[in-house]
Ligand binder design. Sequence first.
Ligand code: NAD
Length: 712
Amino acid sequence: MLETQARPGAPLSAETRDGVRVITMANPPVNALSFALSGALVSEIEAAEADEAVKAVVITGSNGFFSGGADINAFARGPEPGGKTVRDVVAAIEKSGKTYVAAIDGAALGGGLETALACDFRIGSPAAKVGLPEILLGLIPGAGGTQRLPRLLATKNPLNFGGVQMALQMMLEGKPKDAKPAKGMGILDEIAEGDVVARAVAFASEMAGTKNRISKLKIVIPPPMIAIAHGMVPPEDKGGYAAHKLIDAIAAAADLDYQHGIAREFRIFQELVSSLPSQAAVHMFFAERELGKIPGLSADAKPKTIEKAAVVGAGTMGTGIAMVFANAGIPVSVIDVNPDQVERGKKNVADTYAGQVKKGRMNEDKAKERVESVKFVGAYDAIADVDVVVEAVFESMAVKKEVFAALDKALKKDAILASNTSTLDIDEIASVTSRPEKVVGLHFFAPANIMQLLEVVRGAKTDAETINTAMALAKKLKKKGVLSGNAFGFIGNRMLFDYVREASFLLEEGATPKQIDDAIKKFGFPMGPFAMSDLSGIDVFYKIAQEAPKVDYRQSEISHRLYELGRYGQKTGSGFFTYEAGKREPQRDEEVERIIAAESKRLGITRRTDITDDEIVERCMFALVNQGAQLLGDGIALRPGDEDVVWVYGYGFPWYHGGPMWWADTIGVKKIYDQIVTWRNTLGKHWVPAPKLEEAAKNGSFSPRPKTGAFN
Ligand code: NAD
């Protein structure tokens, strides 16, 4: 018997098939468990409970999803009075006396998986994907996930507490599992090849009357396992705040009965929702979603499909960029004038993929396919039909112009000509072509196949189609594409120059490279400005400084002194630090400290001994924020959130501070503005508050004010 109850506008539908009630979530696009859907689910569950004709219930989702979980926007708000959450859905299933089966097609994430875990059984399709990704937003599962997953996995995998380990790892990583591994772990009871709902109905019918509640399972977690887990995650103030809380919640699955366990889980969840690291992660999530929104860009200019690509220059960047295309399934041809570089490039590509195979990240066939999709070719004729070319030759305007003129002649008329320049003027490069509207900057970061940031630089004549294509290409290449105007250093490096400027002035005033790097690392960066200079190359910075626009204040010359001594950084074994052969660990170098002291003396600066870590962090970070504000005012960056994405993904700014601009909001823009005004008088005229900083100081913030919480 089939009885369908479609309710127009309701986020679900329900029908009874042979005594089994099938509830189908239908809240496009991902069946997010909104308050409305949660409320409707609770009503359906209660109705099924009251209906004697219903012997079992199947919960499933429409459109190839089970459910993507709770609505991120709603985390902090909580339901309107009388509204329902996933916790209510889970509680209603828990209370029910009937048998529940989850039929999982596609993703069951967060609250979606928690709902499925509240059921007695879970049947997945081969496309099922299950995960508890809350940690990625600085949260923990808040609807029983931390209590049910360890109970389930520990029971299914009792040997040597393997299941507890699996649960810990899965929630700490936040990565979803595909159907097969999920079945192997015991999260899914079965994988149904055909119609997963039909199979779940048959299964539910067969099992009707059997209850298999995970909440009733009793497990043991040896205390050392919890202690070890705490020892393996970052400290609470270094991005590990939620991870430690998650481990505490998981421990409760063994220490407490279910009711007390979920109460503890919810207390922790609420505490995390209002914590700054979580708010920073949520900010980043939304900032990334905004990246593609470009005001004023014609929507008619649809992105073009990129089927073939080319790269000019087989150096560090060119080879990495070629692999980025190969990884996205786009065949790519590489050209270099230097045969040695071609050989080096080929070897680099082969070695990189062989390394992936060795690490078990890729099978041999896939690696072979990727290697073969990167072709090294000899002449521009060979790339005449590509849709996009990325130039990555030396950072010299003359060389770039020569290459662009040749590309313009050789490539089909509508091909996009992109440059990977770090600092040069895109308009000047475009000026030697007959198609400046098709010229754009695609600024990858080193190593290109690893770093997630891609600045898309818009020239004065770049047309909407080219920008849309470049932004869509960024997505296809799995990069965070951030649109930047055409200014020296674009967004990221322009901010970097001010940050390094301030760090260098601090050296002149009395600090050492190690002291500064340590303070910046303590703030949360993986490395300080001087280890970073040594990594990128002091020679590279030196050359950039020669081409930088002139400023009306003095620049520090310490790095020039190192350059004159051939101390280029890691590549020469010494720079601001020294490096033992084959090692990347920077070692303090007294010679450098003598050079710095001599510079202070030459400039008549009395070295101070009272420079604190706080002063170092403020000077360097406020420089970033002020330049960020300047770029907003100049229209180079579209939004403060774009700058945050650039700095978190391109420069290692700690995500749990939300990027420099969001961090500025949390500590108070007015405080930063006032400090910069003071520094203008005490430190010099390089401190000029940007007009946008002043404006934000008056308004209270750059973006809507985040709430305060832990670590404020
Ligand atoms: P690199 O010196 O490693 O490689 C440059 C390559 O270009 C060399 O192999 C050289 O033989 C080749 N080349 C020079 N002239 C050529 C020509 N006319 N035709 C074809 N090939 C030519 O340099 P890199 O570090 O890969 O930098 C390349 C570009 O990427 C520069 O514009 C640089 O500013 C930019 N960039 C570099 C980094 C980085 O960290 N290295 C990061 C972002 C952007």
